[in-house]
Design a protein around this ligand. Structure first.
Ligand code: IMP
Length: 444
């Protein structure tokens, strides 16, 4: 059986630099497909010194040969979608007959964004730090049969009826949060304009992808967010509203799993996280500020400063295990140049005094090295109390952005990469050494 489907997945908390890797891989792909998430994702691609911030359109769009699909598992904010379409049209990038949007995609509507923000404000100190893009509320409407799909936009009267019904209910909920109601007529006017731009791209992407598979076309499934934000396998509720692990390609795009040939895990050379929740290797010292500044760790979507820390190999190992990662791309290793010491987390300790008496999550003896970290468990309360055990590496000072061969990297950098590979037990195939398309090392 030909396995022509590849899946790309983030192995940390998002922002691993997946967009650039997709852009690189798209050169040899017939299709690039988004299958989950919405415009909470933010991928930045730099081509010919021009920066393209993408939130919805697959990052393969800048490779003229690749067709791009937004499959049914994605939820769509029409305003964001239209502004991306317009950005490309202005730049003369062809989208017609190259961009296909599933008619099954659910819409993120104005009340979803209002509810997302209202819930966050009501949580006060317990804020989750969502992107405020309406992701959780839109996916919950989908699951509770209250969603409205892009398909409904084809029949305007039907859409208006559904939109009015939902908005009236949501406005009642917003009232309890003391939030201004959604103006139905104003929003309908906006949507009636937006739909004109979007509808020509709407298609039955299931059929399209089935045909592509039958013709042995190469397909890259572009994961958004990352494993540590998966709705089921993250430390809930510090997650996103969709499943981010590769199994989602089946429900999110109709791709049969046995067609998957390889799963590429993207690992940033250190860790970053936006939003609240446990982050055992977080650095809140000068080194952390240095990493944040040098790595430009500010969200593409929200502009928020990202929390940063050392590479947490236990977390990545869990991500590789649950995702079946077969090969790895390391990103942003150039950011580590100039740090005299670099650490990686290879385990954790839990002081006896902080183990909750009733913990079923951490059965290990307190105070000792916990080998198998409970990322697979549901206990964020315990995760927050772990102390990482680090292995320390000597750093390197050289600028490595122009290096093209692995053996030309500084010896200490090679050691760092080889250690990651050995720890994870998965081959590293690509190292990204800078933000530009041409800045990478391929390992054959
Ligand atoms: P939501 O997806 O907007 O509901 O946000 C839930 C959590 O996921 C928050 O901590 C967000 O910061 C995080 N998140 C969502 N999308 C991304 C992403 O693309 N990169 C990094 N973090 C994300």
């Amino acid at each position: 059986m030909n396995k022509t489907v590849s899946v790309l997945v983030g192995t940390q908390w998002g922002d691993e630099g997946k967009g650039k890797i997709v852009d690189l891989l798209a050169e040899n792909k017939d299709f690039v497909v988004r299958f989950q998430g919405g415009n909470n994702a933010g991928h930045t691609i730099i081509v010919n010194n021009k920066k393209y911030p993408l939130h919805l359109i697959p990052s393969g769009i800048l490779n003229p040969k690749a067709n791009c699909v937004i499959a049914n598992g994605v939820i769509l904010d029409l305003e964001v979608l239209v502004s991306e379409i317009e950005m490309f049209v202005k730049d003369g990038i062809k989208l017609r007959d190259r961009l296909f949007i599933s008619d099954r995609c659910h819409l993120i509507l104005p009340y979803h964004k209002a509810l997302d923000i209202a819930y966050e404000n009501a949580r006060g100190k317990g804020k989750l730090g969502t992107t405020g893009r309406g992701i959780g509320p839109a996916y919950s409407d989908k699951a509770s049969y209250n969603g409205i799909r892009i398909y409904e936009l084809k029949d305007w009267d039907l859409f208006v009826e559904k939109f009015k019904f939902q908005t009236k209910i949501k406005n009642e909920i917003l009232k309890t949060f003391k939030v201004a109601p959604i103006n139905i007529n104003k929003e309908l006017k906006k949507i009636s304009e937006l739909r004109k731009t979007v509808l020509p791209f709407v298609a039955d992407t299931y059929q399209l992808l089935q045909k592509a598979i039958a013709q042995n076309k190469t397909i890259l499934m572009e994961g958004a967010q990352a494993v540590m934000l998966d709705l089921d396998f993250s430390p809930y509720p510090y997650c996103t509203g969709s499943n981010t692990i590769p199994g989602m390609v089946n429900t999110g795009a109709g791709i049969p799993v046995q067609k998957i040939g390889n799963i590429l895990g993207v690992v940033k050379a250190y860790t970053s996280k936006v939003g609240s929740g446990p982050f055992p290797t977080e650095l809140i010292d000068k080194t952390g500020v240095g990493l944040q500044q040098k790595g430009a760790e500010f969200g593409t979507t929200t502009g928020r400063a990202r929390r940063v820390g050392w590479l947490d190999l236990e977390a990545v190992k869990f991500a590789c295990e649950v995702s079946g990662v077969t090969e790895i791309a390391i990103t942003k290793i150039d950011i580590l140049s100039g740090f005299p010491k670099i650490k990686v987390c290879v385990g954790y300790e839990l002081p006896p005094s902080v183990i909750p008496a009733s913990s079923s999550v951490i059965p290990a003896k307190a105070g000792i090295h916990i080998k198998k970290i409970p990322y697979s468990s549901c206990g964020y309360l315990e995760l927050e109390k772990l102390t990482p055990i680090y292995k320390e590496f000597s750093g390197w000072d050289e600028d490595i952005m122009k290096v093209k061969n692995f053996k030309d990297l500084p010896k200490n950098c090679q050691d760092y990469v080889r250690f990651i590979e050995k720890f994870l037990g998965v081959p590293i195939k690509l190292i990204s050494t800078g933000p530009k398309r041409e800045e990478y090392i391929k390992i054959i």
